[in-house]
Design a protein around this ligand. Structure first.
Ligand code: AMP
Ligand code: ZN
Length: 473
Protein backbone atom coordinates (compact mmCIF):
# COMPACT_ATOMS: atom_id res chain seq x y z
CA UNK A 1 0.00 0.00 0.00
CA UNK A 2 1.01 3.61 -0.45
CA UNK A 3 2.87 4.97 2.58
CA UNK A 4 1.82 8.53 3.29
CA UNK A 5 2.60 9.03 6.95
CA UNK A 6 5.52 11.25 7.91
CA UNK A 7 6.95 11.06 11.40
CA UNK A 8 9.79 12.65 13.28
CA UNK A 9 12.21 9.85 14.09
CA UNK A 10 14.39 10.38 17.15
CA UNK A 11 16.86 7.88 15.70
CA UNK A 12 17.66 10.01 12.66
CA UNK A 13 16.62 13.33 14.15
CA UNK A 14 14.50 14.12 11.10
CA UNK A 15 10.97 13.82 9.76
CA UNK A 16 10.81 10.72 7.59
CA UNK A 17 8.31 8.88 5.47
CA UNK A 18 7.11 5.92 7.51
CA UNK A 19 7.68 2.62 5.70
CA UNK A 20 6.90 -0.52 7.71
CA UNK A 21 8.97 -3.69 7.47
CA UNK A 22 6.04 -5.64 6.05
CA UNK A 23 3.80 -3.83 3.58
CA UNK A 24 0.54 -2.72 5.20
CA UNK A 25 1.42 -4.08 8.65
CA UNK A 26 2.74 -2.17 11.64
CA UNK A 27 4.30 -3.48 14.82
CA UNK A 28 4.22 -0.94 17.62
CA UNK A 29 5.61 -1.07 21.14
CA UNK A 30 4.76 1.27 24.00
CA UNK A 31 6.48 1.48 27.37
CA UNK A 32 3.64 1.04 29.82
CA UNK A 33 3.20 2.67 33.20
CA UNK A 34 5.03 1.80 36.40
CA UNK A 35 2.01 0.92 38.49
CA UNK A 36 3.00 2.23 41.91
CA UNK A 37 0.77 5.30 41.82
CA UNK A 38 -1.97 6.90 39.76
CA UNK A 39 -0.93 8.07 36.31
CA UNK A 40 -0.76 11.86 36.22
CA UNK A 41 -2.13 13.78 33.29
CA UNK A 42 1.46 14.19 31.99
CA UNK A 43 1.87 10.41 31.66
CA UNK A 44 -1.51 10.36 29.99
CA UNK A 45 -0.44 12.98 27.44
CA UNK A 46 2.07 10.42 26.19
CA UNK A 47 -0.46 7.59 26.04
CA UNK A 48 -3.02 9.85 24.45
CA UNK A 49 -0.73 10.94 21.60
CA UNK A 50 0.37 7.34 21.06
CA UNK A 51 -3.31 6.40 20.86
CA UNK A 52 -3.83 9.02 18.15
CA UNK A 53 -0.83 7.67 16.25
CA UNK A 54 -2.17 4.11 16.44
CA UNK A 55 -5.63 5.20 15.34
CA UNK A 56 -4.18 7.28 12.49
CA UNK A 57 -2.28 4.24 11.25
CA UNK A 58 -5.47 2.19 11.32
CA UNK A 59 -7.41 5.03 9.65
CA UNK A 60 -4.87 4.97 6.82
CA UNK A 61 -5.48 1.25 6.38
CA UNK A 62 -2.56 -0.35 8.23
CA UNK A 63 -3.00 -3.53 10.15
CA UNK A 64 -1.51 -2.57 13.54
CA UNK A 65 -0.36 -4.80 16.37
CA UNK A 66 0.46 -2.82 19.46
CA UNK A 67 2.05 -4.18 22.62
CA UNK A 68 2.40 -2.52 26.02
CA UNK A 69 4.10 -3.73 29.16
CA UNK A 70 3.00 -3.00 32.69
CA UNK A 71 6.03 -2.35 34.87
CA UNK A 72 5.26 -4.10 38.14
CA UNK A 73 8.84 -4.96 39.08
CA UNK A 74 12.37 -3.67 38.58
CA UNK A 75 11.93 0.09 38.04
CA UNK A 76 14.05 1.97 40.55
CA UNK A 77 13.43 5.54 41.60
CA UNK A 78 16.34 6.60 39.44
CA UNK A 79 16.38 5.36 35.87
CA UNK A 80 20.12 4.91 36.37
CA UNK A 81 19.65 1.76 38.50
CA UNK A 82 19.90 3.44 41.88
CA UNK A 83 17.44 4.23 44.61
CA UNK A 84 14.56 2.20 45.89
CA UNK A 85 12.31 0.01 43.75
CA UNK A 86 9.25 2.12 42.86
CA UNK A 87 6.82 -0.75 43.49
CA UNK A 88 8.29 -1.46 46.94
CA UNK A 89 8.07 2.23 47.71
CA UNK A 90 4.37 2.27 46.70
CA UNK A 91 3.62 -0.85 48.76
CA UNK A 92 5.28 0.65 51.85
CA UNK A 93 3.40 3.91 51.41
CA UNK A 94 0.06 2.12 51.44
CA UNK A 95 0.83 -0.80 53.73
CA UNK A 96 -0.05 -3.31 51.00
CA UNK A 97 1.78 -5.97 49.04
CA UNK A 98 3.48 -5.17 45.75
CA UNK A 99 0.99 -7.41 43.93
CA UNK A 100 -1.96 -5.54 45.47
CA UNK A 101 -0.47 -2.18 44.54
CA UNK A 102 0.19 -3.36 40.98
CA UNK A 103 -3.33 -4.67 40.48
CA UNK A 104 -4.95 -1.57 41.94
CA UNK A 105 -2.95 0.99 39.94
CA UNK A 106 -3.08 -1.02 36.73
CA UNK A 107 -6.88 -0.99 36.92
CA UNK A 108 -6.84 2.71 37.80
CA UNK A 109 -4.60 3.39 34.78
CA UNK A 110 -6.96 1.66 32.36
CA UNK A 111 -9.99 3.33 33.94
CA UNK A 112 -8.33 6.69 33.21
CA UNK A 113 -7.52 5.54 29.68
CA UNK A 114 -11.19 4.64 29.17
CA UNK A 115 -12.26 8.08 30.30
CA UNK A 116 -9.87 9.65 27.81
CA UNK A 117 -10.99 7.31 25.00
CA UNK A 118 -7.51 5.78 24.85
CA UNK A 119 -7.85 2.36 23.23
CA UNK A 120 -6.23 -0.60 24.95
CA UNK A 121 -3.22 -2.03 23.12
CA UNK A 122 -3.71 -5.43 21.47
CA UNK A 123 -1.35 -7.05 23.97
CA UNK A 124 -0.86 -5.92 27.57
CA UNK A 125 1.82 -7.84 29.40
CA UNK A 126 2.74 -7.64 33.07
CA UNK A 127 6.50 -7.52 33.53
CA UNK A 128 6.24 -10.16 36.27
CA UNK A 129 4.70 -12.60 33.75
CA UNK A 130 7.81 -12.78 31.56
CA UNK A 131 10.64 -13.82 33.89
CA UNK A 132 11.59 -16.78 31.63
CA UNK A 133 11.94 -14.46 28.65
CA UNK A 134 14.32 -12.13 30.57
CA UNK A 135 16.42 -15.07 31.72
CA UNK A 136 16.60 -16.37 28.16
CA UNK A 137 17.63 -12.97 26.80
CA UNK A 138 20.24 -12.36 29.51
CA UNK A 139 21.65 -15.86 28.90
CA UNK A 140 21.97 -14.97 25.19
CA UNK A 141 23.77 -11.74 26.14
CA UNK A 142 26.21 -13.76 28.26
CA UNK A 143 26.78 -16.15 25.37
CA UNK A 144 27.59 -13.26 23.04
CA UNK A 145 29.88 -11.61 25.57
CA UNK A 146 27.69 -8.59 26.37
CA UNK A 147 26.91 -9.47 30.00
CA UNK A 148 29.04 -9.83 33.12
CA UNK A 149 28.49 -10.54 36.76
CA UNK A 150 29.87 -8.23 39.42
CA UNK A 151 29.05 -7.73 43.07
CA UNK A 152 26.16 -10.18 42.72
CA UNK A 153 24.37 -8.29 39.92
CA UNK A 154 24.43 -8.92 36.19
CA UNK A 155 25.39 -5.95 34.01
CA UNK A 156 25.32 -5.09 30.33
CA UNK A 157 28.79 -4.22 29.04
CA UNK A 158 28.25 -1.12 26.91
CA UNK A 159 31.91 -1.01 25.83
CA UNK A 160 31.22 -4.07 23.66
CA UNK A 161 28.94 -2.04 21.42
CA UNK A 162 30.13 -0.11 18.41
CA UNK A 163 27.69 2.66 19.19
CA UNK A 164 25.92 2.94 22.50
CA UNK A 165 24.26 6.36 22.22
CA UNK A 166 22.07 5.37 19.29
CA UNK A 167 19.29 7.82 20.04
CA UNK A 168 21.09 10.80 21.46
CA UNK A 169 24.28 11.09 19.48
CA UNK A 170 25.91 11.59 22.86
CA UNK A 171 24.70 15.16 23.16
CA UNK A 172 24.56 15.80 26.85
CA UNK A 173 21.72 18.30 26.51
CA UNK A 174 19.57 15.57 25.06
CA UNK A 175 20.17 13.22 27.95
CA UNK A 176 16.98 14.40 29.52
CA UNK A 177 16.88 12.16 32.51
CA UNK A 178 20.11 10.28 32.60
CA UNK A 179 20.85 10.60 36.18
CA UNK A 180 17.84 11.92 38.01
CA UNK A 181 17.79 11.28 41.68
CA UNK A 182 19.65 9.37 44.31
CA UNK A 183 22.83 9.29 42.28
CA UNK A 184 25.37 7.02 43.78
CA UNK A 185 28.29 5.48 41.94
CA UNK A 186 27.93 1.73 41.43
CA UNK A 187 31.50 0.46 41.82
CA UNK A 188 30.61 -2.88 40.25
CA UNK A 189 30.15 -1.34 36.81
CA UNK A 190 33.05 -1.70 34.38
CA UNK A 191 31.89 1.33 32.43
CA UNK A 192 29.89 4.31 33.59
CA UNK A 193 27.12 3.60 31.09
CA UNK A 194 26.75 -0.11 31.96
CA UNK A 195 23.37 -1.00 33.39
CA UNK A 196 21.79 -3.79 35.39
CA UNK A 197 20.16 -6.73 33.64
CA UNK A 198 19.47 -8.74 36.79
CA UNK A 199 19.60 -7.68 40.43
CA UNK A 200 20.32 -10.32 43.02
CA UNK A 201 19.63 -10.16 46.72
CA UNK A 202 23.08 -8.70 47.15
CA UNK A 203 21.19 -5.50 46.46
CA UNK A 204 17.78 -4.53 47.82
CA UNK A 205 17.17 -7.49 50.09
CA UNK A 206 13.79 -5.93 50.90
CA UNK A 207 12.56 -6.54 47.35
CA UNK A 208 9.32 -8.49 47.65
CA UNK A 209 9.18 -10.11 44.24
CA UNK A 210 12.21 -12.28 43.57
CA UNK A 211 12.83 -15.18 41.25
CA UNK A 212 15.32 -17.98 40.67
CA UNK A 213 17.83 -17.42 37.90
CA UNK A 214 21.19 -18.89 36.81
CA UNK A 215 22.81 -15.81 38.42
CA UNK A 216 21.09 -15.94 41.76
CA UNK A 217 17.77 -15.29 43.40
CA UNK A 218 16.69 -11.82 42.35
CA UNK A 219 14.72 -9.71 39.90
CA UNK A 220 15.07 -8.17 36.45
CA UNK A 221 16.27 -4.71 35.56
CA UNK A 222 13.68 -2.36 34.07
CA UNK A 223 15.24 -2.11 30.59
CA UNK A 224 15.34 -5.84 29.87
CA UNK A 225 11.58 -6.01 30.40
CA UNK A 226 10.73 -3.95 27.34
CA UNK A 227 13.32 -5.60 25.07
CA UNK A 228 12.09 -9.08 26.01
CA UNK A 229 8.36 -8.31 25.94
CA UNK A 230 8.64 -6.61 22.56
CA UNK A 231 10.65 -9.56 21.19
CA UNK A 232 8.16 -12.06 22.62
CA UNK A 233 5.16 -10.54 20.89
CA UNK A 234 6.54 -8.64 17.91
CA UNK A 235 9.68 -10.53 16.97
CA UNK A 236 13.17 -9.28 16.14
CA UNK A 237 12.07 -6.38 13.95
CA UNK A 238 9.99 -3.53 15.25
CA UNK A 239 8.44 -0.68 13.24
CA UNK A 240 7.61 1.93 15.90
CA UNK A 241 8.63 2.31 19.52
CA UNK A 242 6.89 5.00 21.58
CA UNK A 243 7.35 6.77 24.88
CA UNK A 244 7.82 10.11 26.57
CA UNK A 245 11.06 12.00 25.93
CA UNK A 246 12.40 11.15 29.39
CA UNK A 247 12.56 7.54 28.18
CA UNK A 248 15.08 8.36 25.43
CA UNK A 249 17.98 8.05 27.80
CA UNK A 250 18.81 5.73 29.42
CA UNK A 251 15.76 3.48 28.97
CA UNK A 252 15.34 3.36 25.20
CA UNK A 253 19.07 3.62 24.61
CA UNK A 254 19.51 0.53 26.78
CA UNK A 255 16.63 -1.28 25.09
CA UNK A 256 18.37 -0.81 21.73
CA UNK A 257 21.68 -2.03 23.21
CA UNK A 258 20.11 -5.25 24.50
CA UNK A 259 17.82 -6.05 21.57
CA UNK A 260 20.48 -5.45 18.92
CA UNK A 261 23.22 -7.25 20.88
CA UNK A 262 21.03 -10.36 21.03
CA UNK A 263 19.82 -10.33 17.41
CA UNK A 264 22.95 -8.93 15.79
CA UNK A 265 20.95 -6.55 13.58
CA UNK A 266 18.98 -3.32 13.70
CA UNK A 267 15.87 -3.62 15.82
CA UNK A 268 13.47 -0.67 15.60
CA UNK A 269 13.19 1.75 12.67
CA UNK A 270 11.10 4.60 14.08
CA UNK A 271 11.25 6.14 17.55
CA UNK A 272 8.24 8.28 18.41
CA UNK A 273 8.71 10.45 21.50
CA UNK A 274 6.21 12.74 23.14
CA UNK A 275 7.35 15.87 24.92
CA UNK A 276 6.40 16.60 28.48
CA UNK A 277 3.45 18.19 30.06
CA UNK A 278 4.81 20.85 32.39
CA UNK A 279 3.21 22.81 35.14
CA UNK A 280 4.61 25.93 36.74
CA UNK A 281 7.03 23.72 38.71
CA UNK A 282 8.44 22.11 35.55
CA UNK A 283 7.94 18.53 34.35
CA UNK A 284 4.95 16.88 35.93
CA UNK A 285 6.23 13.80 37.78
CA UNK A 286 4.79 11.13 40.05
CA UNK A 287 7.77 11.39 42.35
CA UNK A 288 6.80 14.99 43.15
CA UNK A 289 4.00 13.68 45.34
CA UNK A 290 0.99 15.89 44.74
CA UNK A 291 -0.05 14.69 41.32
CA UNK A 292 -2.72 15.88 38.98
CA UNK A 293 -4.92 13.01 37.81
CA UNK A 294 -7.97 12.56 35.63
CA UNK A 295 -10.02 12.30 38.82
CA UNK A 296 -8.69 15.67 39.96
CA UNK A 297 -9.92 17.19 36.70
CA UNK A 298 -13.30 15.48 37.08
CA UNK A 299 -13.69 16.69 40.64
CA UNK A 300 -13.18 20.23 39.32
CA UNK A 301 -15.98 19.73 36.81
CA UNK A 302 -13.97 19.00 33.65
CA UNK A 303 -15.06 16.30 31.24
CA UNK A 304 -11.88 14.19 30.71
CA UNK A 305 -12.34 14.67 26.97
CA UNK A 306 -11.67 18.38 27.48
CA UNK A 307 -8.14 17.29 28.43
CA UNK A 308 -7.95 15.14 25.30
CA UNK A 309 -9.03 18.16 23.22
CA UNK A 310 -6.43 20.31 25.02
CA UNK A 311 -3.67 17.82 24.12
CA UNK A 312 -4.77 17.53 20.50
CA UNK A 313 -4.66 21.30 20.12
CA UNK A 314 -0.89 21.26 20.44
CA UNK A 315 1.91 19.36 18.73
CA UNK A 316 3.29 16.28 20.48
CA UNK A 317 6.87 17.43 19.90
CA UNK A 318 6.43 20.63 21.86
CA UNK A 319 6.45 20.81 25.63
CA UNK A 320 2.90 21.54 26.77
CA UNK A 321 2.22 24.01 29.52
CA UNK A 322 -0.63 23.12 31.82
CA UNK A 323 -2.72 25.61 33.72
CA UNK A 324 -6.39 25.69 34.59
CA UNK A 325 -6.91 28.90 32.67
CA UNK A 326 -5.57 27.30 29.47
CA UNK A 327 -7.71 24.25 30.17
CA UNK A 328 -10.73 26.55 30.57
CA UNK A 329 -10.13 27.89 27.07
CA UNK A 330 -10.10 24.33 25.76
CA UNK A 331 -13.25 23.53 27.71
CA UNK A 332 -15.08 26.51 26.19
CA UNK A 333 -13.87 25.66 22.68
CA UNK A 334 -14.74 21.96 23.05
CA UNK A 335 -18.21 22.63 24.37
CA UNK A 336 -18.91 25.23 21.70
CA UNK A 337 -17.72 22.83 19.02
CA UNK A 338 -19.97 20.08 20.34
CA UNK A 339 -22.94 22.46 20.40
CA UNK A 340 -22.30 23.48 16.80
CA UNK A 341 -22.10 19.83 15.77
CA UNK A 342 -25.30 19.04 17.68
CA UNK A 343 -27.03 21.85 15.81
CA UNK A 344 -26.26 20.38 12.36
CA UNK A 345 -29.67 19.60 10.89
CA UNK A 346 -30.38 15.92 10.23
CA UNK A 347 -31.17 16.28 6.58
CA UNK A 348 -30.10 15.19 3.10
CA UNK A 349 -28.19 12.28 1.72
CA UNK A 350 -24.57 11.56 2.57
CA UNK A 351 -22.34 12.73 -0.25
CA UNK A 352 -19.80 9.91 -0.49
CA UNK A 353 -17.46 11.90 -2.73
CA UNK A 354 -17.31 14.73 -0.23
CA UNK A 355 -16.59 12.19 2.51
CA UNK A 356 -13.65 10.80 0.54
CA UNK A 357 -12.41 14.28 -0.29
CA UNK A 358 -12.37 15.28 3.38
CA UNK A 359 -10.79 11.99 4.40
CA UNK A 360 -7.99 12.86 2.01
CA UNK A 361 -7.65 16.35 3.51
CA UNK A 362 -7.57 14.87 7.01
CA UNK A 363 -4.81 12.45 6.06
CA UNK A 364 -2.76 15.21 4.45
CA UNK A 365 -3.11 17.32 7.59
CA UNK A 366 -2.58 14.79 10.37
CA UNK A 367 -0.15 12.46 8.57
CA UNK A 368 2.30 15.33 8.44
CA UNK A 369 4.05 14.37 11.68
CA UNK A 370 0.79 14.05 13.59
CA UNK A 371 -0.47 17.59 13.16
CA UNK A 372 -3.56 17.05 15.27
CA UNK A 373 -4.27 20.79 15.57
CA UNK A 374 -4.64 20.99 11.80
CA UNK A 375 -6.90 17.94 11.94
CA UNK A 376 -9.12 19.75 14.45
CA UNK A 377 -9.25 22.87 12.29
CA UNK A 378 -10.71 20.78 9.46
CA UNK A 379 -13.82 20.16 11.57
CA UNK A 380 -14.53 23.90 11.51
CA UNK A 381 -14.07 23.86 7.75
CA UNK A 382 -16.62 21.04 7.47
CA UNK A 383 -19.09 22.95 9.64
CA UNK A 384 -18.90 25.94 7.28
CA UNK A 385 -18.93 23.91 4.06
CA UNK A 386 -21.87 23.81 1.68
CA UNK A 387 -22.77 20.20 2.43
CA UNK A 388 -25.88 18.38 3.64
CA UNK A 389 -26.28 17.81 7.38
CA UNK A 390 -25.85 14.06 6.92
CA UNK A 391 -22.63 14.54 4.98
CA UNK A 392 -21.20 16.84 7.65
CA UNK A 393 -22.04 14.35 10.37
CA UNK A 394 -20.52 11.48 8.42
CA UNK A 395 -17.28 13.40 7.85
CA UNK A 396 -17.01 14.44 11.50
CA UNK A 397 -17.71 10.86 12.63
CA UNK A 398 -15.00 9.71 10.28
CA UNK A 399 -12.42 12.14 11.73
CA UNK A 400 -13.48 11.07 15.20
CA UNK A 401 -12.22 7.54 14.52
CA UNK A 402 -8.79 9.13 15.07
CA UNK A 403 -9.56 12.09 17.35
CA UNK A 404 -11.90 10.12 19.65
CA UNK A 405 -13.51 13.23 21.08
CA UNK A 406 -17.07 11.86 21.02
CA UNK A 407 -17.90 14.74 18.72
CA UNK A 408 -21.32 13.47 17.71
CA UNK A 409 -21.91 11.25 20.71
CA UNK A 410 -24.06 12.45 23.51
CA UNK A 411 -26.15 14.32 20.98
CA UNK A 412 -28.93 11.77 21.26
CA UNK A 413 -28.97 12.10 25.01
CA UNK A 414 -28.97 15.88 24.69
CA UNK A 415 -31.80 15.74 22.18
CA UNK A 416 -33.84 13.47 24.47
CA UNK A 417 -33.24 15.78 27.41
CA UNK A 418 -34.37 18.77 25.33
CA UNK A 419 -37.49 16.89 24.19
CA UNK A 420 -38.27 15.86 27.76
CA UNK A 421 -37.99 19.46 28.93
CA UNK A 422 -40.29 20.59 26.14
CA UNK A 423 -42.88 17.91 26.97
CA UNK A 424 -42.79 18.78 30.65
CA UNK A 425 -43.41 22.44 29.91
CA UNK A 426 -46.39 21.50 27.71
CA UNK A 427 -47.91 19.18 30.31
CA UNK A 428 -47.41 21.74 33.08
CA UNK A 429 -49.34 24.29 30.98
CA UNK A 430 -52.17 21.76 30.52
CA UNK A 431 -52.22 20.98 34.26
CA UNK A 432 -52.52 24.71 34.94
CA UNK A 433 -55.40 25.09 32.46
CA UNK A 434 -57.18 22.10 34.00
CA UNK A 435 -56.73 23.48 37.52
CA UNK A 436 -58.27 26.78 36.43
CA UNK A 437 -61.21 24.94 34.75
CA UNK A 438 -61.83 22.98 37.94
CA UNK A 439 -61.71 26.19 39.98
CA UNK A 440 -64.49 27.66 37.81
CA UNK A 441 -66.33 24.29 38.02
CA UNK A 442 -65.92 23.71 34.26
CA UNK A 443 -65.52 19.95 34.78
CA UNK A 444 -66.23 19.24 31.11
CA UNK A 445 -63.14 21.19 30.08
CA UNK A 446 -61.12 19.67 32.92
CA UNK A 447 -62.02 16.15 31.75
CA UNK A 448 -61.32 17.05 28.14
CA UNK A 449 -57.80 18.16 29.10
CA UNK A 450 -57.22 14.96 31.07
CA UNK A 451 -58.39 12.87 28.09
CA UNK A 452 -56.34 14.86 25.61
CA UNK A 453 -53.22 14.08 27.62
CA UNK A 454 -54.22 10.46 28.06
CA UNK A 455 -54.44 10.10 24.30
CA UNK A 456 -50.80 11.18 24.20
CA UNK A 457 -49.89 8.55 26.78
CA UNK A 458 -49.72 10.96 29.71
CA UNK A 459 -51.42 10.10 32.99
CA UNK A 460 -52.32 12.75 35.58
CA UNK A 461 -52.38 12.00 39.26
CA UNK A 462 -54.09 14.35 41.71
CA UNK A 463 -53.04 14.60 45.33
CA UNK A 464 -53.45 17.18 48.13
CA UNK A 465 -50.00 18.53 47.14
CA UNK A 466 -51.08 19.12 43.55
CA UNK A 467 -51.11 17.29 40.23
CA UNK A 468 -48.19 15.26 38.89
CA UNK A 469 -47.82 13.44 35.61
CA UNK A 470 -46.19 10.29 34.29
CA UNK A 471 -45.95 8.38 31.05
CA UNK A 472 -48.48 5.56 30.67
CA UNK A 473 -46.71 2.28 31.30
P1 AMP B 1 6.14 5.91 34.13
O1 AMP B 1 4.83 5.37 34.65
O2 AMP B 1 6.82 6.84 35.06
O3 AMP B 1 7.05 4.80 33.67
O4 AMP B 1 5.80 6.81 32.85
C1 AMP B 1 4.85 6.43 31.90
C2 AMP B 1 5.00 7.26 30.61
O5 AMP B 1 4.74 8.64 30.85
C3 AMP B 1 6.40 7.20 29.99
O6 AMP B 1 6.25 7.05 28.58
C4 AMP B 1 7.00 8.55 30.34
O7 AMP B 1 7.96 8.93 29.38
C5 AMP B 1 5.77 9.44 30.26
N1 AMP B 1 5.86 10.68 31.06
C6 AMP B 1 6.34 10.84 32.32
N2 AMP B 1 6.22 12.13 32.74
C7 AMP B 1 5.61 12.80 31.70
C8 AMP B 1 5.19 14.16 31.51
N3 AMP B 1 5.32 15.09 32.46
N4 AMP B 1 4.61 14.48 30.33
C9 AMP B 1 4.44 13.55 29.34
N5 AMP B 1 4.81 12.26 29.48
C10 AMP B 1 5.39 11.87 30.63
ZN1 ZN C 1 10.17 0.48 28.03
Amino acid sequence: MENRLFLYNTLTRSVEKFIPNVDGKVSMYTCGPTVYHFAHIGNLRSYLMEDVLEKMLRYMGYDVKRVMNITDVGHLTSDADTGEDKMVKGAKREGKTVAEIAEFYKNAFFADCDKLNIKRPDVIENATACIDEYIEMIAALFEKGFAYKAGGNVYFDTSRLEKYYALTNHKSEELLVGVREDVEEDVNKRNKTDFVLWFTDSKFGAQELRYDSPWGYGYPGWHIECSAISRKHLGEYLDIHCGGVDNIFPHHTNEIAQSEAVSGHKWCNYWFHIHHLNDNGGKMAKSKGDILTVSTLESKGYDPLVYRFFCLQSHYRKPLEFSYSILDNSKAAYEKLKRRIAAIPTEGETDENALLEYREKFILAVASDMNTALGLSLIYEVLKADLSGSTKRSIIDDFDRVLSLDLTKGEEAEETAAEDAELDAFVQRKIQERAEARKTKDFKLADAIRNELLEQGIVLKDSPQGTTWSRQS
